[in-house]
Design a protein around this ligand. Sequence first.
Ligand SMILES: Nc1ncnc2c1ncn2[C@@H]1O[C@H](COP(=O)(O)OP(=O)(O)O)[C@@H](O)[C@H]1O
Ligand SMILES: [Mg+2]
Length: 600
Amino acid sequence: MNIHLALSRFLKRYPWRITAAVLLGAGTILAGIGLLASSGYLISAAALRPPILDLMVIIVSVRFFGISRAVLRYSERLLSHDITFRLLLQMRSRFFRALSKTSASRLLGFRSGSLLSSITSDVDELQNYYVRVFTPVIVAVLVTLTSFFFLRAFSPAAAWITLAFLLLNGVAVPVGVRRLARGLGARQRHLRSELSHLWVEHSQGILDIRLYGLQNAYIKRNKELCSEISRLERRQSAVTGLHDGLHSWILFSAAALALFVTAPLVLDGTLSGVMLALVVLSVMASFEATQNLGTAFQYLETTERAAESLLSLTGGVLSFEDRDHTGRDLSDRYKDDNRPAKESGTSNAQAAASLVFDNVRFSYCENPVLDGIGFAIQSREKAALVGPSGSGKSTVVNLLLKFYDPAGGFVSVGDNKLADIPADRVRAMIAVVDQFTYLFQDTLRSNLKIARENADDGDLLQSLQDAHLWSWYQGLEKGLDTQLGEHGKQLSGGERQRMAIARALLRNSPIWILDEPTANLDTITEKAIVKTIRQVTRTRTALWITHRLVQMDYYDRIYVLENGRISERGRHHQLMRRKGWYSDMIRLQSNMLQEEIETA
Ligand SMILES: Nc1ncnc2c1ncn2[C@@H]1O[C@H](COP(=O)(O)OP(=O)(O)O)[C@@H](O)[C@H]1O
Ligand SMILES: [Mg+2]
C-alpha cells in the first residue's frame, strides 16, 4: 500500500524520538499493571498481619509504580506532542510545496472549497496516523507479550485466557467495529468538503445569489449537509459507544475467568493465596493496552482517505523542468521565418528575444490541440497569432511558459531550447498580459512588487506612469499603501489590465505575450490599452494573440492557427490576397460593423 509507505516516510525522520515515545507509552501501561499487581499483593499480604518490615519492599514498589506511571505518562505525552507537531509542520510544508509546484492549470480542475479543506483538515487528519494508529498498535503488541509472560509465571491458564481476550479486544472487536463504521469516515470527509465548497461559493457569489434570489436554495442545501453530517456523527458515536461497552464486558469476563482458573491453584497449594489478587488485578490492568485499538482502526480509514486525496492532488506534476529533451533541427518548411540573427545584423541581446516553435505537437490528455505547428518571431518583431476561439492559442502560451511539456517538436527562446532553460528563467524573460489579471488582497505596492521584489517606490511610480495609471494613482488617498480589496474589486477592467502592464514593465522582460488582453473591455478602453501596450513594447518582442482582427497592418508577421496547424502566414496585405480564414474573417468583421452602423 503506497499510502502507508508515504506516511511512514514521514515517521522515518524521527526514529529515536518515536522509539522513545513508544517505549514510554508501553512503560506507562506496564507501570499501571505493576501498580495494581503490587497493591493487590500488598492488601492481601497485609491482611495476614505480618511484621511491617516484611512489607517494606512491596510498599516501596507500590510507591515506585505509582510515581513512575505518572512520570512516564507525562514524558510520553510531552514527546508525542512534540513529534506530532513536527510531523504536522513537515506535512503542511511538504504538501504546500508540492501544491505550488503542481502546474497551475492542473489545480483549475479542483474547487477552491475542496482545496481549502484539503490544505487544512486533510493534513490535520494525517497526524492521527502517528498518534492514534501507529503508536497504539506497537504499544499494544509490546504490552500484550509482556503481560502474557508475567502472568504465566503465576498462573499459565490465566495467562492464556488473558492472551485470548486481549486478542479478542485488540483485533476481533476493532475489525467488527471497523466494519460497522465502514464508509462513515469517507462520507463525512466528502460532506465536509461539500460544505466548505458551499460556504466559499456562497461568500464569493453573494451578489449574484441575492440578485437571482438563490439564498433559500443555499440555506436549504446548508441545512441538508449539516443534518447529514450530524446524522453520521451520531452513528459514529453509537459505534464508539458499542466499542467501549464491549471493551468493559471483555475486560471483566477475562478477570472473572482468570479468577475461576487460578482459584484451584490456591486450593491445591501450587499458588500462595496472597497472589490471587495480584493475578486478577494484573489481568484487568493489561487491558489498557488494547483499549484504543478500536479507534485506531477507525482512524486508519480516515487517514487513508485523507492521504489518498492529498496524493491525488499533488501527484503527476506536468512540467518537464528536470527532464532531458533532445529537439531536432528546424525543419525547412518555415526557413524564411528563421533568418539567423547574425546575418540580419542583430546583437546577441536581441537574438535572445526571439521565439521559435518547431513542429510542436501537444494534447491535453486525450484531446489533441496542436498538430505540428511551426513559426518564428525575430527579436523586437511584432507578431500576431490569430485563429478561432478554442484553436489552441493560449495553449501556445502555456507551452512557452513551461506549464506543459510538448509531446513532439521543440520550442526555443533566443539561442536555447526551452527544455534547457530552467522554468523560472523562462518566466523571467517572458511577460504575459492576458484577460484575467489576478490582483491579491493586499496593497498596491505589494501587488506591483510581485513583479520585481527589489523595486523601490520610484520604480513603482514610473511603471504606473508608463502604464498610464498616473491619473488614477493621483486620486488614491493612501498612494502605494492603498488596499486593492479582494481580487482587486476596487479597480475597473481597464485599470486592472493597466496593472498587468505595470507589472510587466517592472519585470522588464524582453518578450511580451499579449493573450487577448482586451477581451473583457469596451471598445474605447480597448483602443487606449492597445495603444499603451504598443508604446511600451516598441523596443521589445511582442506576440499578440487575438481573434479580433483590428489594425492588422501593424504586425510584422501574422500566423493563423486553425485545426491544430498554422494554416496561413504572412503580412496583412499578403493574407488578404489569399482566400482563407483570415480574409473571410476580416470581411465578416467589417460586414458586422457595417450592419451595426446601419441599424443604429
Ligand atoms: N487545461 C486544459 N485541460 C484540458 N483541455 C484544455 C485545457 N486548456 C484548454 N483546453 C482545450 O484545448 C483547446 C484549446 O484551448 P485554448 O488554447 O485555450 O484555445 P484558444 O486560446 O485558442 O481559445 C480547447 O479545446 C480547450 O477546451
Ligand atoms: Mg485563449
